[in-house]
Ligand binder design. Structure first.
Ligand code: ATP
Ligand code: MG
Length: 477
């Protein structure tokens, strides 16, 4: 589709005598672009028509227009309109108002959500001229933190203003369903042709307003394989520290989009290259910087293998779990802390739990991790120490464990990244798929290992201790 785009951009630019004196928006009529109504979500089209019918302007904008022109399937459809969120909400009974920092409306059709937002003006300029509203829509609902970060961004404006406050030029392309034209306000079509990511306006100012834009630049570079244009890239390293001021819950979501969308490996390299990774995973980054390795774990090889697993799954249409990705990214730190606690004389299991607590506590200062994710993460880590213990009924019990599959996949990643586990992955692979008698044979085969430290012969009967020692946190026993 990019070849088509070239002629489209040529046509668009030839409308003007000199490209330097370009006047925006460039309007590309239906006949000159490849985006057709059939490519769009019927629900998104419904929303556009309903808004038009109620007398409002409505366009598709952002990722769906960009991705279509690049030739990839869009993830979701974002609609923008001159109706306020409340007006949109009144039109659609199947909608709800969401957001505070950025108010918008979700219109739901079964499992599909069409996000409808209202044209916004850049609150940076508006804060200075409180008394001169530029449009009748304009409200006074913007706020900034002491670091200049936009906390609330609900100042409404015109479509031109809306385009200017978007992040990158290719995200400011608007599709009008009334005449099927595309409106390019900031040169996004040209940048798609050049395969570059270019921020709208002054890069420093735009990152200052919202440091997450630095992450978004990296995300699009990883996803699209585009270059980050020089002026857009230049301030990133130096301004990366501003991510410290972003709420951990927002960064948690961004990490999932960055590393859990099918281009994790490429994106990980870019995040490290631009000095952003340390603000997302400080412990992991410090460990990687230190060059720490053990003969049973090579942190970077392991992380890359884990990201590859997620990328492969997504590319083959399988589901992935956020907790799995997070468990991968934090495992090297857990392994290091586990070693340290054991070196202090703590037995293996409590040392593991203590290590998990410590790593999770440190991590949530950067990116939140909801409990529904941290619990399975702990279980996956715990499973790594339980999977080698397969005697008697244990293997059968482990197989029933809700986190068995994730724990097993995690184990395979460890093996694939070079951890030598005596064919443990292979054993479990056979055990899972074997008949009952094959399973019994497999258990016997390990009972026969002379060097099994934790085999049944060496197990002592458990005695309850009457100590006041803190109760060991149970994972799943
Ligand atoms: P995708 O949905 O494929 O990940 P997207 O570009 O649609 O990519 P969204 O997060 O859905 O990303 O945002 C929709 C649009 O909103 C963007 O295309 C962009 O125009 C605008 N936008 C999103 N986040 C920001 C931001 N932090 N600053 C400025 N504009 C933004
Ligand atoms: Mg989107």
């Amino acid at each position: 589709m990019l070849t088509g785009l070239k002629s489209l951009v040529r046509k668009a630019t030839s409308l003007f005598a000199s490209p330097k004196a370009q006047t925006y928006p460039i309007v590309i009529p239906r006949s000159d672009h490849s985006l057709s109504r059939q490519d769009l979500s019927p629900n998104a089209v419904k929303v556009l028509y309903r808004l038009n019918k109620a007398g409002y302007d409505a366009y598709l904008v952002g990722g769906c227009v960009r991705d279509h022109l690049i030739g990839i399937e869009p993830k979701d459809f974002d609609v923008v309109t001159n109706a306020t969120p409340e007006q949109v909400h009144n039109i659609f009974s199947n909608s709800r108002l969401i957001g505070r920092r950025f108010k918008l409306v979700h219109v739901t059709f079964g499992r599909e959500i069409i996000e409808v937002s209202t044209f916004r003006a850049n609150s940076a300029q508006d804060d200075d001229d409180d008394d001169t509203p530029t449009t009748s829509l304009k409200g006074k609902d913007s706020a900034r933190s002491a670091h200049g970060i936009v906390l609330r961004d609900n100042v409404y404006g015109s479509i031109e203003e809306d385009a200017e406050r978007r992040d990158f030029t290719f995200n400011a392309l608007y599709y009008n369903v009334q005449d099927f034209s595309i409106h390019d306000f900031c040169g996004g079509l040209k940048d798609i042709e050049l395969r570059q990511i270019r921020i709208i306006g002054d890069a420093r100012q735009r990152y200052q307003e919202d440091p997450v834009r630095m992450l978004r630049a990296i995300r699009f570079a990883g996803k699209l394989g585009f270059e980050i244009e020089a002026e857009t890239a230049a301030p990133i390293k130096e301004m990366a520290h501003l991510l410290d001021h972003i709420p951990p819950a927002r960064l948690f979501e961004e990490v999932l989009k960055l590393l859990g969308s099918g281009n994790g490996i490429e994106t990980y390299h870019l995040l490290r290259q631009y000095g952003l990774f340390r603000y997302l995973f400080p412990d992991t980054d410090a460990l990687l910087q230190s060059g720490w390795k053990r003969n049973d774990i090579d942190p970077e090889a392991f992380i890359l293998q884990g990201l590859k697993n997620t990328d492969d799954r997504i590319q083959s249409g399988k589901t992935t779990a956020p907790y799995f990705l997070y468990a991968v990214l934090l495992w090297p730190s857990v392994a290091l802390r586990h070693e340290e606690f054991q070196a202090q004389g703590m037995p293996a299991t409590p040392a593991l739990h203590q290590a998990a607590n410590m790593v999770l506590d440190n991590q949530v200062a950067s990116t939140a991790i909801p409990r529904r994710f941290s619990t399975p993460m702990r279980e996956i880590w715990d499973m790594q120490y339980r999977l080698p213990k397969r005697y008697g009924k244990r293997a059968f019990l482990l197989l029933e464990h809700p986190r068995f599959r994730a724990g097993f996949d995690f184990l395979l990643i460890r093996e694939l990244s070079g951890t030598e586990l005596d064919g443990l992955g292979d054993w479990w692979e056979k055990f899972q798929h074997g008949t009952e008698s094959q399973q019994r044979e497999l258990i016997k085969s390990i009972d026969n290992f002379a060097n099994d430290k934790e085999g049944p012969k060496k197990r002592r009967p458990r005695r309850r201790k009457k100590s006041n020692a803190p109760q060991r946190e149970t994972f799943d026993e």
